[in-house]
Ligand binder design. Structure first.
Ligand code: ADP
Ligand code: MG
Ligand code: MG
Length: 883
């Protein structure tokens, strides 16, 4: 096997530049050299060598020696200098470079090849003694730090003392003799800290640096980074050895970094910084303030020191040409490192640059318009998850923040407002025109009106799929959940965090995209939805196969969903409509009635309200399918609290408070999530589903009668485990439909289907499809019932499960493809076998998760349904899944 690939001076061993083998840096150095750009010659030792190095217990194969020698000879041939030559020495840099850019890897060593003899040769050939000794002291310092891993503080201290003794403030004031003295001190330091003299043999230096690069692959920092970013340990890193060029050879030399477009705005303008008479890390190290690359940027910033465009116009023009060549070649915005040695430009690195979500969007659309990439590539370039940031207000990045604590980034966007501790106060203050942040230990369905009224929600407990998180995402309200650092005293209305106390009415800011909780107001910036965003969505829609629907239950949510491009409602949860203040009493009467007759009296009060709800939704969603789930949650969620509420219900129902309380106690369940809920309610109290079905059909006919497009109700029965359950429920719906159509002398098309959210339902999907006309995978419940983990309690331990690699990702956020996914595939297959073309969709939180959407595409589902604000993300992710 070959382990060394040379580049530069017309030699191109790497061919097409395979980044898996050569690492990102090596592949692009090779690539730049191959298209004729000025790259100092060098060679790359492959990532395979790294892997083998570990397999063989830190040893190299014998052949490597000759290959490296051959690589050095290649550099010598082109530069005309010899490695270790006392008269005219070749110096090299040793650089690590994994496939993906990776912090935690060994830092670059520059000026390798200097020793007590070659430094004199360098002084002579360059005619600059100060430069030579400056380079030597840099080399000893870097090598000691990076390769020998000695305490770098000691070296910095020695330099500081040297400056103090001479009365200097800047490094640039040190003379050749000063550097010489410092080099002697550095060597003494190495002897003292390492118990060995600084290596004088240049080959020892080189192999020391190579081994340090390979060794750093298994450093703790690198391992942690890999784990967090899902980079496999087998990938390995490459080592790049390259001839040095010098940006520190006086006023005609410089070093810099640049982006071919602005990485924060996406604007098509060069962006970068450079420093005259400097080397390598000086630009980023912050020792001197770098200067602007372009005149325009300097003027905009009102800065004095000349831009490169002004100070070195010819080299700048050459650099600008290289920018164009690189963008055309790599067909993306490039992040570039370069050095100018006495007026001559050298390219040291290029890679696709990191960018903000905003810039990613603008660049993708611009580049497609420029013809640099296709529309499909533009669609593939934008990370759907990052799109989330663009759809919500964000914190002004330049504003100061007083961060109190951090919770989970449960629903994106930022918001500021007065602290309130309960939903009623939230509603009242909001009506008075105040912006409020609702702060709760956790939220429950009774808090919905307060959540609606609030600008943002903060909870002390609960995970990414807690009630607060799910509802907030659905409403598009920013939410930070599970902020364990806060404690809430509901009685005294005090929020404690890190030794500080905040009262009701104090101002708080939350950032639901990062989980940060801040004291005081931090200004926010509004999103921009027109323009590039709209264009990209049009392109995405051209390639996507999956339909995208929204989970929405209010006309307002439906409107937002349509604006974001939803093609229907995939989940309308009817229970949310029951919490409305105007009807909760009737709902409670219904629940607490102890006879069918009593329930029917209460249901008659609810019917017109439900009918009106559905009519409004059908108006907004005219012509599109609307999946309505009949009542699902355990009834006790609606029970009255406190004496006043009981009295109110007692009055309405005409029974005593004591009777009611006895009935409420009977409704207690030990495990309500697996209790009397879902279609089990319909089985025991068919009149509830009857009323809901009637409300749906009457509403549909009202809307149809108005002459608009008829709605397409899809009536969905929750928590079905058996065919028989669905049969019974469907019979009710069909009977009511026939009655209503008969009464009104008119009809609409409708479907009756079921949620697949129990493993038994998935297994028996073949039978269930004999009755059900569509399936909607309720992946929240299906995940909790398949894995047997309660989503409301998972927060306490699930992070550990992810940290320990038991799950790659939180299965409530991203579908557990192997387990839950297999059930979905199986159910889809069995359902289709019985009823070819059966409509299949998912309506869990996963409907807005790009990885889960990719799974839905593979499984051939018809649609995904996500909360309104995630509809654009789902559209883009569905398009990418189809590419
Ligand atoms: P990183 O991956 O941290 O960016 P690099 O290997 O790119 O590390 O090296 C950092 C800097 O060192 C480069 O940006 C460049 O300025 C300098 N450098 C690396 N190799 C050379 C070289 N052969 N000649 C001159 N400077 C170099
Ligand atoms: Mg670099
Ligand atoms: Mg469910």
């Amino acid at each position: 096997t070959r382990y060394v690939y040379r580049f530069g001076g017309g030699v191109d061993d790497g061919g097409q530049g395979d980044r898996n083998l050569l690492g990102g840096k090596g592949a692009n150095l090779d690539g730049m050299a191959a298209i004729g750009l000025p790259v100092p010659p060098g060679f790359t030792i492959t990532t395979d060598m790294c892997t083998r190095y570990y397999v063989d217990g830190g040893k190299y194969p014998e052949s490597l020696n000759a290959e490296v020698a051959n690589g050095i000879a290649h550099i010598e041939g082109i530069t005309g200098k010899r490695f270790g030559d006392a008269a005219d020495p070749l110096l090299v840099s040793v650089r690590s470079g994994a496939r993906a850019s990776m912090p935690g890897m060994m830092d670059t060593v520059l000026n390798l090849g200097l020793n007590d003899e070659t430094v004199i040769g360098l002084a002579n050939t360059s005619g600059d003694e100060r430069f030579a000794w400056d380079s030597y002291r840099r080399f000893i310092q870097m090598y000691s730090d990076v390769v020998l891993e000695l305490d770098h503080g000691a070296f910095e201290e020695a330099l500081e003392i040297a400056k103090e003794d001479n009365g200097y403030t800047l490094d640039t004031e040190l003379t050749a003799d000063d550097w010489k003295t410092l080099v002697a001190e550095y060597k003494a330091l190495v002897q003292k800290l390492w118990n060995k003299p600084f290596p004088q043999d240049v080959h020892d230096q080189l192999w020391g640096a190579i081994s340090a690069v390979f060794g750093s692959w298994q450093s703790e920092r690198a391992k942690v980074y890999r784990r967090l970013n899902n980079i496999p340990g087998e990938w390995g890193t490459a080592v790049n050895v390259q001839a040095m060029v010098f940006g520190n050879m006086g006023e005609t030399s410089a070093t810099g970094v640049a982006f071919t477009r602005d990485p924060s705005t996406g604007e098509n303008a060069y962006y970068g910084e450079y420093l005259i008479n400097a080397q390598g890390e000086d630009v980023v190290a912050g020792i001197r303030t770098p200067q602007y690359l372009t005149l325009a940027a300097r003027e905009r910033a009102g800065a004095k020191p000349l831009s490169m465009e002004e100070a070195m116009p010819e080299t700048y023009a050459e650099l600008a040409k290289v920018f164009e060549i690189l963008e055309t070649h790599y067909r993306d915005m490039q992040d570039i490192e370069f050095t100018v040695q006495q007026g001559k430009l050298w390219m040291l690195q290029t890679r696709s640059g990191k960018r903000t979500a905003k810039a990613a969007l603008k660049m993708a659309v611009d580049m497609a318009h420029e013809g640099l990439i296709t529309e499909e590539e533009a669609v593939a370039r934008v990370d759907p998850a990052a799109l989330d940031q663009l759809l919500h207000p964000t914190l002004d990045p330049s504003a100061p923040r007083d961060v109190l604590t951090k919770g989970l980034p449960a629903s994106p966007g930022a918001a500021s407002g007065l602290i309130v501790f309960d939903a009623d106060t939230a509603e009242r203050r909001a009506e008075l025109g105040d912006a409020v942040i609702l702060v709760r230990v956790e939220t429950s369905p009774e808090d919905i009106h307060g959540m609606h009224a609030a600008k943002g929600i903060l909870t002390a407990r609960g995970g990414m799929t807690s009630h607060a998180a799910v509802v907030a995402r659905g409403m598009g309200r920013p939410c930070v959940s599970g902020a364990g650092g806060i404690s809430i005293d509901g009685k005294t209305k005090i929020l404690r965090v890190g030794g500080r106390e905040l009262k009701e009415g104090d101002i708080l800011t939350i950032d639901g995209s990062t989980g940060e909780v801040m004291a005081g107001e931090v200004p926010t910036v509004q999103p921009e939805l027109a323009g590039d965003f709209g264009t990209l969505m049009v392109w995405a829609d051209k390639v996507r196969r999956l339909k995208v629907r929204a989970n929405a239950e209010t006309p307002q949510d439906c409107k937002v969903a349509r604006e974001f491009g939803a093609e229907g409602v995939g989940l309308c949860r009817t229970e949310h409509m029951f919490f409305d203040a105007a009807r909760i009493t009737a709902v409670r009467e219904m629940i607490l009635a102890d006879s069918e007759k009593g329930r029917r009296v209460a249901l008659d009060k609810l019917l017109p309200e439900q009918r009106d709800d559905f009519a409004q939704i059908f108006m907004v969603m005219a012509g599109l399918p609307v999946t309505i789930r009949l009542l699902d949650p355990p009834l006790h969620e609606f029970l009255p609290h406190g004496e006043a509420e009981f009295e109110e219900v007692a009055k309405g129902a005409g029974v005593s408070v004591d009777t009611l309380k006895r009935r409420a106690a009977e409704l207690h369940e030990f495990n309500p999530m697996l209790g009397h809920r879902g279609c089990r309610l319909g089985v025991t109290y068919p009149e509830i589903y009857e009323m809901q079905a009637r409300a749906i059909f009457e509403a549909a006919l009202i809307v149809k009668a108005r002459g608009g497009e008829a709605p397409i109700p899809e009536i969905m029965i929750p928590l079905v485990a058996t065919r028989k359950e669905l049969e019974l429920m469907k019979a009710i719906v069909d009977r009511v439909a026939a009655e209503v159509f008969e009464e009104q002398g008119n009809s609409v098309d409708y479907l009756v289907g079921t949620m697949i959210e129990l493993p038994r339902a998935a297994l028996k999907a073949g039978e269930i499809a004999e009755v059900g006309e569509f399936f909607s995978f309720g992946t929240n419940d299906l995940t909790q019932t398949t894995i047997g983990i309660s989503r409301d309690d998972a927060g306490r331990f699930l992070t550990q499960y992810v940290d320990k690699g038991i799950f790659a990702r939180d299965p409530f956020v991203s579908i557990d493809v192997e387990g839950v996914g297999e059930l979905i595939e199986l159910a889809a297959e069995r359902g289709r076998k019985t009823r070819p073309g059966i409509k299949l969709g998912i309506c869990g939180e996963h409907g807005g998760d790009p990885a889960s959407i990719a799974f839905c595409e593979q499984t051939g589902l018809d649609y995904v349904s996500a909360s309104p604000y995630r509809v654009p993300i789902a559209r883009l992710a569905a398009a990418q899944a189809a590419l």
